[in-house]
Design a protein around this ligand. Structure first.
Ligand SMILES: [Zn+2]
Length: 261
């Protein structure tokens, strides 16, 4: 699919979304859960020559952009030639009633991103927008391109993998059937880690992996400080074994307790 995008399409940044036409494609990733999955996808996109925009959430439950590793994550995305936008978690702000409220929060977040990576985002997408947020359909707010603008909705064919499956036709089908129409394609990196699992299991894996990255950083910091890191588990830096360890450990410690609930 990605090679087809690279061969037949012109990936553009959201800076040019208002003039989108022909074979242009907006290749968008909303980072909901896993920076690890996002980096994997970012590397694959870059290898294939497809530049994407990653929308990252300052209020995520599972990752922290304002930590050292969070900033490194954003810098790596930029280093790979991608763009960074704001994935705005309106629930954190108690949802927006007016465009002024929306713009105040967007400006605040844009300044935070700018302080983190030296680049001010020029686009944003809502995370789990409420019906009210969907009505904010102007091209821009706080000088940032709105992924849910009426203009984008009417000019592009839109495809999304929200909730772990294609909402309409898969991207490959759109590319095949509409070679000359502009496309806005949204994927969430955590859904693409292990495709054979059901969406809920893929989500569980993304959450575990993010936690295991944290554990890995803890192990590294212990090593750097020359401290004793007592553990009965083998620490292997291998994705599958870490995943199996996490399940096994989780089951052993919490399995019984969860069965009672
Ligand atoms: Zn989201």
């Amino acid at each position: 699919m990605l090679s087809r995008v690279a061969e037949t399409r012109n990936p553009i940044s959201f800076d040019y979304a208002i003039e989108i036409s022909g074979r242009d494609i907006l290749w968008r990733h909303d980072v909901d859960t896993s920076t690890r999955a996002a980096i994997e996808i970012a590397r694959i996109d870059a290898e294939m020559g497809v530049s994407a925009t990653f929308f990252a959430n300052l209020r995520s439950d599972t990752y922290n952009l304002q930590s050292a590793y969070g900033r490194q994550f954003l810098s790596e995305l930029l280093g790979l030639g991608h763009h960074v936008g704001i994935h705005l978690d309106s629930e954190y702000y108690g949802h927006f009633e007016t465009s002024e409220e929306l713009e105040t929060c967007l400006s605040l977040e844009a300044t935070t991103f700018q302080n983190l990576i030296g680049v001010r985002p020029t686009s944003f997408s809502f995370h789990n927008p409420s019906p009210r947020e969907i009505t904010f359909d102007a091209d821009k707010y706080a000088d940032m391109v709105n992924c849910y603008s009426k203009h984008l909705q009417s000019t592009c064919l839109y495809v999304s993998d929200s909730n772990g499956f294609w909402r309409s036709s898969p991207v490959s089908e759109l590319l095949e059937k509409h070679p000359e129409s502009p496309i806005h394609a949204l994927t969430h990196p955590e859904w693409w880690a292990v495709k054979t699992l059901q969406p809920r299991e893929r989500m569980a894996m993304a959450i575990f992996e993010e936690a295991f990255e944290q554990l890995h950083r803890y192990d590294e910091s212990m090593k750097v400080r020359g401290r004793t890191n007592k553990s009965e588990f083998v620490s292997e830096n291998n994705r599958l074994s870490r995943w199996l360890h996490s399940i096994e450990t989780f089951n052993r410690i919490y399995g019984e307790e969860f069965q009672k609930r």
